[in-house]
Design a protein. Structure first.
Length: 172
């Protein structure tokens, strides 16, 4: 027969003494003793923080690489607009050079830099052109206009080999 611990019942008080203090009493005593955390508790917390940090760092590094490529894509978009303006004014794309693009659109950087993307190469001709921008991570993004007016966008990642949508070469 189970008996409840009741101070007025000497039989149940003796059973409680044999079982030891209640969970609440042990927690209260531990909290008031100020012993701190056990080694296992500290190691579990350190392990959890380490796992979360590894996830966060991986995510942030991936975001930085994407941001560098987005900067180069934005640069190429401006350069493409400037090339189309030059082609409309001149009647051909044969004068589409880095200097001409920078003169048409002053925000287009043409000097090599480790701090920002820059227009690294142009290949002009009468009815088509190719524009290449180099991102700070070494990825080379290209916009090419064919004589039929078809625009192609490619990416080449010679250094990281993973910058272009996870591979060395891709389109965007």
């Amino acid at each position: 027969m189970l008996t409840q611990s009741n101070p007025s019942n000497p039989e149940s008080a003796a059973g409680a003494a044999r079982r030891g203090p209640s969970v609440r009493a042990r927690l209260a005593r531990r909290a008031s003793a100020g012993d701190g955390f056990t080694l296992v508790e500290v190691l579990v917390v350190v392990l959890i923080v380490g796992i979360l940090s590894a996830i966060a760092i991986t995510t942030l590094l991936g975001a930085a690489t994407k941001a560098e490529d987005v900067q180069a894509k934005s640069l190429l978009s401006s350069a493409q607009t400037a090339a189309e303006a030059i082609g409309a004014e001149q009647g051909s794309y044969s004068t589409v050079t880095p200097a001409a693009l920078a003169a048409e659109e002053p925000t287009i950087p043409i000097a090599a830099s480790d701090e920002h993307a820059y227009l690294s190469k142009t290949i002009p001709s009468e009815n088509e052109y190719t524009l290449t921008a180099t991102a700070t991570d070494g990825d080379e993004l290209t916009i090419a206009r064919s004589a039929t007016g078809v625009i192609t966008r490619t990416c080449h990642s010679p250094i990281l080999k993973t910058g272009c949508d996870g591979g060395e070469d891709s389109t965007w």
